[in-house]
Unconditional design. Structure first.
Length: 336
């Protein structure tokens, strides 16, 4: 190898040798690519070229999308955008009356929407959603895992059963539904899975440790799944919302009412935390800010692995990356 690189004063010969090495390398790479293709075919796996072709994104008016947590907030805003763009949408959530009313409002003909009432933490409901979507629309092109709720309070005082319930909805429900949809997308050789995480999946805060832990889990699950499904032409994307004006805060307070009403030694800190959350309304975004990002993730030819919105979410993530842990701890510390 060193002999080939020597300059012996004959430029023409050096150029010929260089070209020969390039041709040899090209033949080696072609042989390697061919071998990989044969290996992939033997194992019924898509080659890189096939995966790229299969991964070609469909326009929204040719997509069928299953979305959870669709009756309010980010989910509702996303449904409105997708239906307006011509997509067929299966809406899943617990509140049947809200789903029915939303479908009647945005899709009077009933041709583009399907209301699916149920609980994402219940296996039978998840299976029913997938079966009903396939029966009604014939296929599923994308899954938007949006269902979730917040849990407040110091870890010391939040019962383990309450913590498990939060994980069942925010993590295990998402995992279970993904396990049902992923084989369908893999068989089609294309599709998208969009998981709605949170900036809380990167920055854990006192009094929100339980909820933040669920979103950290979603981060890890999404990053691992992305690598697993990439060979099959399926893109897995994480969306990290910041503070958004929706029913989320109220639902978190309802889920945490026992801790809020009986805070014990944490009383001054619990009230301070809630007061700080109310102040965040001044910088909070709208559900449609996140819906816009989800829509982009579903149609982008080469979607990002992670999206963040609104603008302050990007700033928070940058500070998390740039600042020492102790500085972050000081910024989010409990205050009376």
């Amino acid at each position: 190898m060193e002999e080939d690189c020597k300059d012996d004063g004959r430029p023409g010969e050096i150029l010929l040798k260089s070209r020969q090495r390039v041709h040899d390398r090209d033949r080696q790479e072609l042989f390697a690519d061919t071998a990989c293709c044969v290996w992939a075919v033997q194992r019924d796996l898509p080659t890189a070229e096939v995966a790229a072709q299969r991964g070609a994104v469909r326009p929204l008016n040719q997509q069928t999308i299953l979305i959870t947590g669709a009756s309010s907030g980010i989910g509702e805003a996303t449904v409105r955008r997708l239906v307006q763009a011509g997509a067929k949408v299966a809406l899943a959530a617990r509140r049947a009356e809200r789903l029915t009313a939303l479908c009647a409002e945005i899709d009077p003909s009933g041709k583009q929407t399907l209301a699916l009432a149920g609980d994402v933490s219940v296996d039978a409901d998840r299976r029913r959603w997938v079966d009903a979507t396939l029966q009604h629309f014939g296929r599923i092109d994308a899954l938007v895992n949006n269902a979730g709720y917040g849990q407040r309070g110091p870890i010391e005082q939040v019962p383990l059963e309450t913590i498990r319930r939060n994980f069942e909805t925010n993590v295990f429900g998402l995992l279970g539904l993904t396990q049902l949809v992923a084989p369908l997308l893999r068989a089609q050789g294309e599709g998208r899975i969009v998981n709605v995480g949170s900036v809380a999946g990167r920055v854990a805060r006192p009094m929100s440790s339980v909820y933040d832990a669920t979103k950290h889990a979603v981060e890890a699950f999404t990053d691992g799944l992305r690598g697993e499904l990439k060979p099959f032409g399926i893109a897995v994307i994480l969306v990290r919302p910041g503070f958004v004006l929706s029913e989320f805060m109220d639902s978190a307070d309802r889920a945490s009412v026992d801790v809020i009403e009986n805070p014990g030694a944490y009383a001054p800190y619990v009230e301070s935390f809630r007061g700080g959350a109310r102040k965040l309304h001044r910088i909070a975004g709208r559900p449609d800010d996140i819906a816009c990002v989800i829509e982009r993730a579903l149609v982008a030819r080469h979607p990002k692995t992670h999206y963040a919105a609104p603008r302050h979410a990007t700033l928070i993530l940058f500070l998390k990356w740039a600042l020492p842990v102790r500085v972050i701890d000081w910024l989010v510390q409990l205050r009376k």
